[in-house]
Design a protein around this ligand. Structure first.
Ligand SMILES: Cc1cc2nc3c(=O)[nH]c(=O)nc-3n(C[C@H](O)[C@H](O)[C@H](O)COP(=O)(O)O)c2cc1C
Length: 408
């Protein structure tokens, strides 16, 4: 057994049984390829590396052989490796991922030139209809060359997915491993949410008490972020509206940060462009019901007693319902009562009051940093219970809400 098998599927089984040809070209970003290949393997993929001569001057093929557990193609032989992996044959690749992609390989590919092993895999695979994903990396002056731009446009017209580089330090750097892997997961998933535009509100509001202090809550954003990642992987367009306190957000998600309840409300009222019509919304946030009557400056310390006056905040989800009556709306209800029956009763009341399509109820006593137990309640009073890791809960909730959406 090769050591790469030790990590196969350790993150998920979403790519198991999937064969990915990873074409590596002569960019300095090739140094990231060991990590990238191993992350794909952690989701279950079988990875085969193909390298140009210039890529082999930057990293050694042994690194990729170690990373993937498979022999590396650096030149074509009588085995016709390009045909056996990318021809119209049984067991052909599910994806050709060119990461990093040089300006040179991009230009040659869109013009049908075929003079490196990576290009021969591309010519064969494109002819076969295998999906191709390009991850460009180059100095920004190369990236700004009008012909390079034109070639990227031509690649898009050919139906190739291009993952935008990060523009940093005068370079168009290869997208991060996390972003590439998320796009691979999305491309190779069934795309069950391909037609959905999903708005997720998560994290906690922060209401100022004075210039220094804030009133906030324990919502970490973990459940909403897990939902966002899962929806993205299933092909949805996702906008994550996140409080400032949240745990690490996947780099693949589009994020809009909010601070106070009022700020969140204004952002929802001013949602731009296509977000004026979200098809689904999940309110998985700790939105403060009260906000302090803010004091100017800083309240001095040392008082015997301090009374902070609070006033009610606007009900953001109710305003949302009024603004977007067509959206499939899922609310969240957290209680601390250790009585599932009462919890479900309260959740159902809230669901009907706001005309939600479903509500997720949970008791705070069931929450741990990694796991949770939640109930999905429908307008027909059906209840689905699920416990486990947040990613498993997110995938369950999305599957169920998509089913409900179909039968609404
Ligand atoms: C150290 C080094 C780093 C390079 N980085 C890049 C790069 O990031 N992007 C790029 O387009 N070319 C880069 N080049 C230039 C390419 O290697 C060159 O255009 C080569 O012809 C690409 O061949 P290939 O596309 O067949 O791999 C780099 C060259 C060297 C020596």
């Amino acid at each position: 057994m090769h050591p790469s098998d030790d990590i196969r599927g350790s993150r998920s089984g979403r790519l198991s049984g999937r064969k990915i040809v990873m074409g590596i070209t002569g960019s300095i970003a090739a140094v990231e390829c060991v990590k990238l290949a191993r992350e794909l393997i952690r989701h279950g993929a079988e990875v085969h590396a193909v390298m140009t001569e210039k890529a082999c001057e930057i990293i050694g093929p042994y690194s990729m052989e170690f990373a993937t557990g498979n022999p590396v193609v650096t030149h074509l032989t009588g085995k016709v490796e390009h045909v056996s992996m990318c021809g119209d044959v049984e067991g052909k690749a599910d994806l050709i991922l060119i990461a990093p992609c040089t300006a040179n390989t991009l230009g040659k590919m869109v013009h049908g030139i075929d003079d490196t092993p990576v290009l021969t895999f591309l010519t064969t695979g494109i002819g076969t209809g295998i999906p191709v994903m390009l991850v460009p990396a180059m100095h920004s002056t190369m990236y700004d060359h009008p012909k390079v731009m034109e070639n990227l446009g031509a690649a898009l017209k050919m139906g190739i997915l291009v993952i935008d580089p990060r523009i940093e330090e005068k370079k168009a750097k290869m997208a991060s491993t996390e972003i590439i892997v998320e796009h691979v997961l999305r491309l190779l998933s069934g795309g069950s949410m391909r037609n959905e535009r999903v708005l997720i509100v998560t994290g906690a509001t922060r209401e100022p008490v004075d210039d220094m202090r804030i009133l906030t809550n324990r919502a970490s954003g973990a459940s909403g972020i897990a939902l966002g990642v899962e929806a993205f992987r299933n092909g949805a367009e996702v906008l994550l509206m996140a409080g400032e306190n949240v745990v690490k957000i996947s780099e693949a998600l589009k994020v809009d940060r909010f601070s106070t309840t009022g700020d969140l409300l204004e952002r929802i009222k001013a949602l731009p462009g296509k977000w004026k019509a979200p098809t689904m919304a999940f309110f998985a946030a700790g939105i403060s019901d009260y906000s302090p009557k803010r004091k100017e400056g800083k309240i001095p310390s040392g008082k015997e007693e301090l009374i902070i006056e609070l006033g009610p905040t606007p009900k953001v989800i109710e305003v949302f319902r009024g603004l977007f009556p067509e959206a499939f709306l899922v609310g969240y209800k957290a209680e601390s009562i250790r009585d599932p029956e009462k919890l479900l009763e309260r959740a159902y009341e809230r669901l009907t009051a706001v005309r939600m399509q479903a509500i997720v109820a949970n008791d705070l006593s069931d929450v741990t940093p990694e796991t949770n137990t939640v109930y999905l309640v429908t307008p027909q009073k059906e209840v689905f219970k699920v416990s486990g890791k947040r990613s498993d809960i997110a995938s369950f909730l999305l599957e169920r809400t998509m089913e409900l959406r179909g039968t609404r």
